[in-house]
Design a protein around this ligand. Structure first.
Ligand SMILES: CC(C)(COP(=O)(O)OP(=O)(O)OC[C@H]1O[C@@H](n2cnc3c(N)ncnc32)[C@H](O)[C@@H]1OP(=O)(O)O)[C@@H](O)C(=O)NCCC(=O)NCCS
Length: 167
């Protein structure tokens, strides 16, 4: 079941992010795998604003989550993470659809994201979910600022890009 996140989901969301990050160890991307999860304060901002969703199991415990923001008045999928024990069950795809539905309700023309170009479960996966790779001259200022922050964080050691799905 997908529902909006509650404040008490946050520790579990952080745990999911750490566990999901371990997938990057298989590609020798230790910096990504070892990255700290978003802070409680950051996640609370998304949660309080109704821009955080979780997939909850039968015990109502989060097993996957997504958060979104606006960049240049276009909805932006900031993060989607699925606990690896629950991967491959289309939970990620369902969360993307939920965020796309929210974005439509908000009047956004599209949904954007930034991701790794060559990681099989990143850009190629999002292409299968209807996103296309943006050329450099299509990247709007706030999206560019997000990319710059990622680069400052060291993530550009591997090719990254911005993607967009029209709604
Ligand atoms: C990416 C992620 C959200 C997908 O969630 P999920 O619920 O497993 O997704 P789905 O079941 O909808 O689909 C999994 C897809 O990943 C692909 N995939 C998963 N592991 C893979 C691997 N090791 N190699 C290649 N492809 C892989 C599958 O082929 C599948 O794609 P397909 O169904 O279109 O063929 C999840 O794997 C995750 O949390 N990964 C780590 C964090 C991450 O990379 N987040 C995105 C940051 S931009």
């Amino acid at each position: 079941m997908i529902r909006t996140a509650r404040a008490d989901d946050i520790p579990e969301m952080q745990r999911i992010e750490v566990e999901a990050g371990r997938m990057f160890l298989t590609l020798d991307m230790g910096l990504v795998a070892g990255d700290e999860p978003l802070s409680t304060a950051e996640l609370l901002d998304y949660q309080r604003d109704g821009r955080a969703w979780v997939v909850a199991d039968a015990a109502d415990r989060p097993i996957a989550y997504a958060i979104a923001l606006f960049a240049d008045r276009v909805a932006h999928l900031e993060q989607v993470s699925v606990h690896p024990a629950c991967a491959g069950r289309r939970l990620g795809a369902d969360l993307v659809e939920r965020v796309a539905g929210w974005a439509r309700e908000q009047g956004s023309p599209a949904l954007t994201l930034t991701t790794f170009a060559d990681v099989p479960w990143n850009a190629p996966y999002y292409e299968r979910l209807g996103f296309r790779r943006l050329a450099d001259d299509e990247i709007t200022p706030e999206l560019r600022a997000i990319r710059a922050e990622e680069a400052a964080h060291g993530l550009d050691r591997w090719p990254r890009l911005a993607m967009r799905r029209e709604l």
